[in-house]
Design a binder for this molecule. Structure first.
Ligand SMILES: NC(=O)c1ccc[n+]([C@@H]2O[C@H](COP(=O)([O-])OP(=O)(O)OC[C@H]3O[C@@H](n4cnc5c(N)ncnc54)[C@H](O)[C@@H]3O)[C@@H](O)[C@H]2O)c1
Length: 418
């Protein structure tokens, strides 16, 4: 495409998609031209506000004159939507997760290879200023060889807000296993250190009936998970996510020469770098604490959502389309970070045994996984598929169902079944 031409973009999903649409107004190289959602009322409202064409049918939407599609539809349906879009000649930026089964991950990778379209996994947490600064420090050798890392994405939510964004018994938030949303904790570590997970041990922190939030929801999944990873350079990583009290987003990197992390207390955009320069002339104070700027485009990023991360996902998507070079979070890294969540759950259900994280850049490895359709979606449960909780089938309480339905009704959602 001509370098000066605007990239015509369509978005799927009026929830997160609406925020992305507003964020896109700060990206001069992109132009929103179409919106798609099955919820007609919300879609029409958003379409009028943004002055774009709207579609309730994804196939019709794909016929619209546009260059790229941003997928902010359901968490567990991104891969088939991405595959269809690329086959229709569109570049794709996909929200997390890239795939809900490992077989889908293989299909997604093969579609990118076959079509040659740009695929960007829209992980935004790596691009927060503090994580970009850790990447800069790591690349400059300040902390030496990566030895150990921790990534935490702890996001407790009260029942009313949970239910408003999880309308329906089978809404994905009410059933995805506790290991599946691991991309916000893992992707920054992959970006900072440019390492890749090679093995996984998963541990699930189970559902508790005395959590008053659970009592007011229809969740059938566990609270949180701890995932232990070995990376391709031998480093060990601990991930912790999702629903525990004491919300925080925290990254910690230990190297052979130093350690760095964002602050746990106070402003968690602040970075602490510790360099114990034993046996060498000290060149910096032992400890430095500072608030880093973004390495580039600070003025634009500072105004964007998710600590500036939302600006940089657009920025890198545009750059990839304009140059024809796949972005850092390409389909291989997108699938890799997503299948860690799948494999960690499989491990947790098998006494936390060690499982290999396959490197799908190697074609020969794909064969073993291309029919791995293991899927925790209770609405599609087949023989051999897991329940979303390590306890097996969880039945929501009458109180939880009634409370949720009141919340859903307040946002205009009426459950058709149950
Ligand atoms: N990166 C981030 O910081 C971040 C933040 C929020 C959400 N997300 C991700 O964005 C995605 C969407 O999140 P959400 O909170 O808006 O979820 P959601 O479930 O509220 O919204 C999904 C939307 O997709 C629409 N949809 C479903 N099937 C469709 C179809 N066949 N055709 C057209 N539209 C369809 C739904 O009607 C709904 O409006 C999820 O994958 C989530 O993980 C990422």
């Amino acid at each position: 495409m001509a370098k000066s031409k605007k990239i015509k973009v369509g978005i799927v999903g009026v929830g997160r998609g609406q925020y992305l649409a507003h964020g896109m107004t700060n990206i001069p190289e992109m132009k929103l031209v179409a919106f798609c959602d099955v919820q007609k009322e919300k879609l029409v409202k958003v379409g009028k506000e943004l002055k774009v064409d709207t579609y309730t049918d994804y196939d019709k939407f794909l016929e619209h004159d546009m260059d790229a599609v941003i997928l902010a539809n359901y968490f567990h349906e991104h891969a088939p939507f991405a595959i269809k879009a690329m086959k229709a000649g569109k570049h794709v930026m996909s929200e997390t997760s890239a795939c809900i089964t490992i077989a889908e991950g293989v299909q997604l990778i093969e579609t990118v290879e076959k079509t040659g379209k740009i695929y960007m996994f829209a992980e935004n947490y790596p691009y927060m200023a503090v994580n970009q600064e850790m990447r800069r420090l790591y690349k400059s050798g300040k902390v030496g060889t990566f030895m150990y890392g921790e990534g935490e994405y702890i996001h407790p939510i009260d029942a009313d807000n949970w239910n408003k964004m999880s309308c329906g018994m089978n809404h994905w938030r009410n059933w995805i296993p506790a290991t599946y949303y691991c991309t916000h904790s893992l992707a920054p570590i992959m970006y900072i250190t440019e390492t890749r997970p090679v093995s996984v041990n998963g541990f699930v922190i189970p559902y508790t009936a005395d959590d008053l939030v659970n009592a007011c929801c229809v969740r059938r999944n566990d609270s949180a998970s701890m995932i232990a990873l070995k990376m391709d350079n031998g480093a060990i990583v601990k991930l912790l996510q999702f629903n525990l009290r004491g919300g925080n987003v925290w990254m910690r990197i230990h190297g052979s020469k130093g350690q760095m992390e964002n602050l746990r207390e106070g402003d968690n955009n602040m970075l602490r770098l510790i360099r114990e320069q034993y046996h060498q002339k000290r060149t910096t104070p032992k400890t430095q604490i500072y608030l880093p700027d973004f390495p580039e485009h600070h003025d634009k990023a500072i105004k964007a959502g998710h600590g500036g991360g939302d600006f940089f996902t657009f920025y890198h998507f545009v750059k990839a389309i304009k140059t024809g070079n796949q972005p850092f979070f390409d389909v291989y890294r997108g699938v890799s970070v997503s299948i860690v969540g799948i494999l960690a759950y499989r491990s947790a259900l098998d006494n936390s045994n060690t499982l290999e994280v396959p490197d799908f850049r190697k074609k020969s490895i794909r064969k073993k996984y291309k029919d791995d359709h293991w899927n925790p979606n209770p609405a599609q449960k087949k023989k051999g598929d897991p329940w979303p909780s390590v306890f097996g089938k969880i039945t929501p309480t009458k109180q939880g169902i009634a409370y949720s339905k009141r919340n859903w009704k307040n946002v205009g959602f009426i459950e058709k079944t149950n």
